[in-house]
Design a protein around this ligand. Structure first.
Ligand code: ADP
Ligand code: MG
Length: 214
């Protein structure tokens, strides 16, 4: 469950973002919508415990991430949160296979080879494993980033503008896979987007509208 009350983030010398209250049950899907600059990426970073609120409070699966000491917070994040960053952000020097291996190395989580193979098969990555990120299309890179986010079987999956650089077919496929995989793992899914195609792909999702900072 993700719950927030009077959540505020003031960027030093910049915008103050005030968020509407939300209570999202485990396994629900949320569309985080609003124009560019309205605070969608910042909200995801707050939920992932990458930023500390300057006001209000936020709990993510029973934990207030900002109250944890740094090391405990990092460990909590790698166990709990799968993050699909805007533009995939794979490690450019590593092959797809090594990008996936890096997850276990970086998070200390024990690899589950059966789960990994299932993701590789379902996301169509088998023939891509030896390639480097610059050799991938946008849709392929996103599928690799999705596998990377899902490897630790996170309770919460956060996707930042997942369809931004994709054509219509790939955008539809990406949203379908995101939703399917989150449902299969029982993960709470949050998709930050201002893309109508992403919105249409999740007709049953709840929506949190952001208006922007002041
Ligand atoms: P969105 O993802 O909806 O486009 P962001 O969360 O990226 O919005 O940004 C919301 C606002 O927060 C921006 O308009 C900007 O004023 C401020 N902001 C975002 N990132 C930073 C930063 N690193 N430093 C200072 N201000 C920032
Ligand atoms: Mg953003």
């Amino acid at each position: 469950m993700i719950e927030s009350r009077e959540l505020v983030l003031s960027w030093p010398g910049g915008a103050t973002l005030r968020y509407p209250d939300i209570r999202l049950e485990a396994g629900e899907t949320l569309l985080l919508r609003g124009p560019s600059g309205s605070g969608k990426s910042t909200w995801l970073a707050l939920v992932a415990g990458l930023l500390t609120p300057t006001g209000g409070w936020l709990t993510v699966h029973g934990v207030q991430p900002n109250t944890l000491p740094q090391a405990a917070r990092d460990a909590w994040r790698s166990r709990t949160v799968g993050f699909l960053p805007q533009g995939a952000r794979l490690s450019p020097a590593l092959t797809v296979a090594d990008n996936l291996k890096l997850v276990a190395f970086a998070s200390g989580h024990t690899p589950d080879p059966a789960h990994e193979q299932r993701l590789i098969d379902r996301l169509g990555l088998q023939t891509l494993l030896g390639l480097r990120p610059h050799q991938l299309s946008g849709g392929q890179a996103l599928r690799v980033a999705l596998a990377r986010a899902l490897l630790p079987q996170p309770a919460v999956l956060l996707a930042d503008e997942p369809t931004a650089s994709l054509d219509d077919d790939n955008a539809r496929q990406a949203m379908c896979l995101l939703h399917e995989q989150a449902a299969q793992q029982g993960s709470t899914l949050v998709v930050a987007t201002h893309d109508q195609r992403a919105v249409q792909a999740l007709p049953d999702a709840r929506t949190l509208w952001l208006e922007g900072g002041a």
